[in-house]
Write a protein of this length. Sequence first.
Length: 184
Amino acid sequence: MRAPKLLVLALLLGVAVALAWRARPAALPTPSAEAPPQVSLGLREGSIVLRHKGVKQAEIHARRVTVSADLSYARFTGITRATIYDGGEAALEVAAREIVMDRRTNDLEIHGPIVVTSPRGYRLTAPEARWRHALQQVVFPAGVHIMFRQEEIRAGSLVLDSGMRTFDLAGGVDIAFRLEGAPR
């Protein structure tokens, strides 16, 4: 199944962003939950291109990018377009309301609606997703809907590991494979 591979590629965007932040100095302790972190950097209508050894890995366009004063969090708001590249070719397009990166853990929280599409016709939608760097897992805790041609998968949650060895669907799983020409 190619759908898990495409999902992992989409969330590799988050890993690439996390790697770009590793070169920064060590983070200071996180501010308390009651007080929002002070912003040390803010950018409107920003774009970032991530490269590894000169090869484009991802490109993110956001309406607003903010970095906390202690450099521990980066928030990309209003993701108008994020492109994930594989071998220099566009592999996935991602749209989301917000991506928050915890620089200390390299975890990501992606708030939706999230829409992931591929040139081959795959489409994944979800209300939210999380990349758990320590576990190397992508978690869709509030449901997922995957479509490809006539095939459709719905589930209350989805957990993928980055090696694509597990594809754990739970909670009202519905998988529909439709034959060409068959009535819906």
